[in-house]
Design a protein around this ligand. Structure first.
Ligand SMILES: [Zn+2]
Ligand SMILES: [Zn+2]
Length: 304
C-alpha cells in the first residue's frame, strides 16, 4: 500500500528523520543493486569475448617453438630403406625409411615395407636397432609401417610418434610389443631441434618431419600425400622462416610445375626419392644442378 505525504498528519521530527533515512537507504540500495548488475554484466561480456578470442587463437595460431639460445646441432641423415639405391651392397624395395642423427639421439623416420630388408640394411650399415631413441611414422601405408613390428621386437624402449588417425590395430600392436606411442595431431616438438608438422589432411593424412639445422630447415617427407607444396608451406609457417635448406623423401609424383614452384618457395637443396617419380626426379636434377642431392638407400647427408 502506498501513501502520499499530503494525506498524512504532521509528523514528529524523529519520524521525519527516520523516513528520510529509510528513503536514502532504499535509494542507495537500488543504486548499489544497479551497480552490481552492471558489473556482473560487464564481467560476463568480457568472459564471452575472451572465450571467443581464445577459440579463434586455437584455430589460427601455429605453436611457436622457441629453442634455447644455443648453437644448432650437426645433423646426419641416412637412408636405410628406399626404392632408389646409392650403395650397391644394400637391398632396395618399394618404401621409405631414414635415420636422423643429432648429437643427442637417433630417430627412425618410417620403417619401409619389408622388415627383413630394413633390419638387414641397418645391420650392413652398422646401425644397431637398439641405438634408436624415437620412431616417427609418416602415414599408414604398408611401405612405411611394414618394418615397425619387427623393429619393436629388437627395440621396444622407443616412443613411436604416429598420426592420431592411426587404426587401433597399430596402436595396440605398439603397446603389445612393450613400446609407447604418442598420437600426433597438431604440430609439435619431438626433440630439441626436431618437430612434426602435425597430421596434415589430404588424400591421406600424413605428418612430415622438420629439423632446425645449422644451415636452415630440413623437411623430410614419407609420401607427401597432402601435397609436397602444402607440407613445405606448413613447415615454413610453423617455424616462421622464409626458406628451407633441404627437403628429402617421397614427393608423391607432383606435377612438373612443382619444380619451378620450389624455387619460389625458397627451397635451397632437394633430395627427392621413393614415390617422387623418375621424370620429376630428373627435372629436379636439371633445375637444381649441384643443389640436387641424389638420395636413396645407403646415402649419408651430413649437415654441419
Ligand atoms: Zn603412401
Ligand atoms: Zn610410400
Amino acid at each position: 500500500m502506498t501513501t502520499s505525504y499530503d494525506q498524512q498528519q504532521p509528523l514528529k521530527k524523529s519520524t521525519i528523520m527516520k523516513r528520510a533515512l529509510k528513503l536514502l537507504l532504499s535509494f542507495m540500495k537500488n543504486r548499489i543493486k544497479g551497480a552490481i548488475f552492471t558489473l556482473i554484466n560487464g564481467i560476463l561480456i568480457m568472459c564471452l569475448f575472451s572465450f571467443c578470442a581464445d577459440k579463434n587463437k586455437a584455430k589460427n595460431a601455429s605453436p611457436v617453438f622457441i629453442e634455447p639460445d644455443t648453437e644448432k646441432p650437426d645433423i646426419v641423415l641416412i637412408s636405410v630403406y628406399d626404392n632408389y639405391k646409392i650403395k650397391a651392397e644394400l637391398k632396395t624395395a618399394w618404401g621409405f625409411a631414414s635415420i636422423i642423427e643429432t648429437p643427442a639421439e637417433k630417430i627412425l623416420f618410417d620403417t619401409g615395407g619389408d622388415p627383413v630388408i630394413l633390419l638387414s640394411n641397418m645391420q650392413k650399415m652398422n646401425i644397431d636397432p637398439g641405438s634408436i631413441h624415437k620412431v616417427i611414422i609418416s602415414h599408414v601405408h604398408g611401405d612405411h609401417t611394414g618394418g615397425l613390428e619387427d623393429f619393436l621386437e629388437k627395440n621396444n624402449k622407443v616412443t613411436v610418434f604416429i598420426p592420431a588417425s592411426f587404426p587401433h590395430s597399430i596402436k595396440d600392436m605398439i603397446t603389445d610389443k612393450g613400446a609407447k606411442y604418442t598420437e600426433v595431431s597438431e604440430s609439435m616438438k619431438i626433440s630439441d631441434f626436431v618437430y612434426s608438422t602435425g597430421e596434415l589432411n589430404g588424400l591421406l593424412d600424413e605428418q612430415a618431419l622438420i629439423i632446425d639445422s645449422k644451415k636452415g630447415l630440413i623437411v623430410i617427407t614419407g609420401c607427401a600425400h597432402p601435397g609436397i607444396v602444402k607440407i613445405i608451406e606448413k613447415a615454413k609457417t610453423i617455424m616462421k622462416r622464409d626458406s628451407v635448406y633441404l627437403v628429402a623423401g617421397g614427393f608423391h609424383r607432383p606435377p612438373m610445375a612443382v619444380v619451378k614452384k620450389f624455387r619460389e618457395l625458397g627451397m635451397q637443396k632437394v633430395a627427392p626419392s621413393h614415390c617422387t617419380g623418375d621424370d620429376v626426379r630428373e627435372a629436379f636434377a636439371e633445375e637444381y644442378k649441384e643443389d640436387f642431392v641424389e638420395y636413396g638407400i645407403g646415402k649419408r647427408i651430413e649437415i654441419k
